[in-house]
Design a protein around this ligand. Structure first.
Ligand code: SF4
Ligand code: SF4
Length: 437
């Protein structure tokens, strides 16, 4: 018998207590200091209970369970819905301070109907047996101007005729102008970014030329919600705007957005993707990001009305009373996510789409897939990354993002580590101890 290598054991933030989580067996406990000290010294008194929960186990039984859960995970994933991104152009009317596509070819070009037809044919043929939906991405897919609107309308009509739902990722500037086009189509959600309330947002996300964008976006959000189109509001956060989350939360609450069934939120950490950002000192590390959000929520609980962070498995555990299934792979690229652009190229996901040298094939003018490269992506999970294989956090972390790992090490099968222990410690403190819900 040994202390399971899948136990995640650490201190709860702002408390003397510890937590123990085992995602393989689906058990979790809060341990007082005395019990935690026993674990630290390796002398447990709760042997029977710990055995029943799999905190102590024998190696062969643990291996069997690991294999069983791994097969469950891959089976489930094979039945999951695929998110297929389509970039109709890389052009954008914004000049965001942190845009990772800033150095991509940004010509204002438009795909031909033939390209769009080929895209839908590919989707119909290649994803025939999969549940799927399409996400329009950019650049900025909802550009003002008739030629863009006509093309988007054509695209949405094609999706409609195939019974496919659409999500849209937009900067929101021309959203109000597109409402009449969107409201009669199968729109699952519209992701819009606001980086703060008013001035902070305008500084970070101005129009090309510098004009402000905040109030036009707010108008679009209001109109979308009024037309029962779901808004997924994203905030991209770094040192420059993290404290502005308080004002943005209050703004959304005052607007009545947070009470709407058609409103949800996500917080994204600004991070270096492909190009060195001018002013990297703005970026928060993951742990700085989590810790600051934690402190802010304690000080200003209204933020939790706007957004409740996951803190790894903590929010799920709090809301569902049980742990999520083990996460053998956090990266959906080529498994449940693909990205296509208007030039006819195929990519793994949004992090690689349009990046020179990252294409995995073409759907136009002819269909071709670089099978070896695709296999490499498909095979990446915690069982193929040597660092992850021996890591106690693997089933909560899932190995992170393949694109980030590749940028760091030049190897796809390398880890993109997450501060899982600290994150769970913060989340348990927030949701279970401080009862912020
Ligand atoms: S490589 Fe990163 S961005 Fe792309 S699908 Fe994987 S996790 Fe997502
Ligand atoms: S990416 Fe890092 S933290 Fe995550 S499982 Fe792999 S080694 Fe562990």
């Amino acid at each position: 018998m040994y202390f399971s290598k899948h136990n995640i054991f650490s201190k709860i933030k702002d408390s003397d207590s510890y937590y123990i989580v085992n995602l393989l067996t689906g058990n979790a406990d809060i341990l007082d200091k005395g019990k935690a000290d026993e674990i630290i010294s390796g002398k447990f008194t709760e042997t029977e209970e710990y055995e029943a929960k799999g905190y102590i186990t024998d190696e062969a039984a643990e291996k069997r369970l690991y294999t069983e859960k791994y097969l469950d995970f891959t089976d489930e994933r094979d039945n999951d819905e695929v998110q297929i991104f389509f970039v109709p152009w890389y052009s954008c009317n914004f000049d965001c301070s942190y845009c990772y596509q800033a150095e991509y070819d940004n010509k204002f070009s438009i795909p031909t109907k033939e390209t769009i037809d080929s895209f839908f044919k590919y989707v119909k043929d290649e994803f025939r047996d999969r549940k799927k939906y399409i996400t329009l991405f950019g650049g900025e897919p909802l550009l003002p101007g008739n030629k863009y609107k006509e093309m988007i309308t054509y695209f949405l009509d094609k999706a409609d005729s195939l019974g496919l739902d659409i999500a849209v990722v937009t900067n929101g500037y021309a959203l109000a102008e597109y409402i009449d086009i969107l409201k009669t189509r199968r729109i699952r959600e519209i992701q819009v970014t606001l980086d703060g309330a008013g001035e902070i947002h305008n500084q970070r996300r101005p129009l090309r030329g510098g004009d402000p964008t905040f109030y036009k976006i707010v108008e679009g959000i209001d109109l979308a919600i009024a037309n029962k189109l779901t808004i997924n509001l994203r905030v991209v956060i770094d040192r420059e705007n993290i404290y502005g989350l308080v004002e943005l939360s209050r703004f959304a609450i005052d607007k009545g957005w947070t009470k709407s069934d058609y409103f949800k939120t996500q917080l994204g950490r600004n991070y270096e993707l492909h190009y060195c950002q001018s002013g990297n000192s703005k970026l928060l590390s993951r742990i700085e990001f989590y810790e600051t959000i934690y402190k802010l929520i304690i000080q200003y609980p209204e933020i939790a009305e706007f957004h409740k962070p996951a803190f790894s498995i903590s929010k799920f555990l709090f809301e569902n009373g049980e742990l999520p299934s083990p996460l053998f792979d956090a990266c959906p690229g080529t498994k449940t996510e693909w990205a296509f652009d208007y030039t006819g190229k195929i990519y793994s996901c949004t992090a690689t789409v349009g990046k020179p040298g990252s294409s995995l094939g073409t759907y136009y003018p002819e269909v071709s897939l670089e099978r070896e490269k695709v296999n490499d992506w498909e095979e990446r999970d915690v069982t193929t990354i040597s660092e992850c294989r021996t890591c106690e956090l693997q089933l909560a972390c899932g190995g992170g993002c393949a694109a980030v790992a590749f940028n760091k090490t030049g190897r796809l099968h390398s880890p993109d580590c997450r501060p899982i222990k600290e994150s769970i410690g913060l989340g348990i403190s927030l949701y279970f101890n401080k009862e912020i819900a």
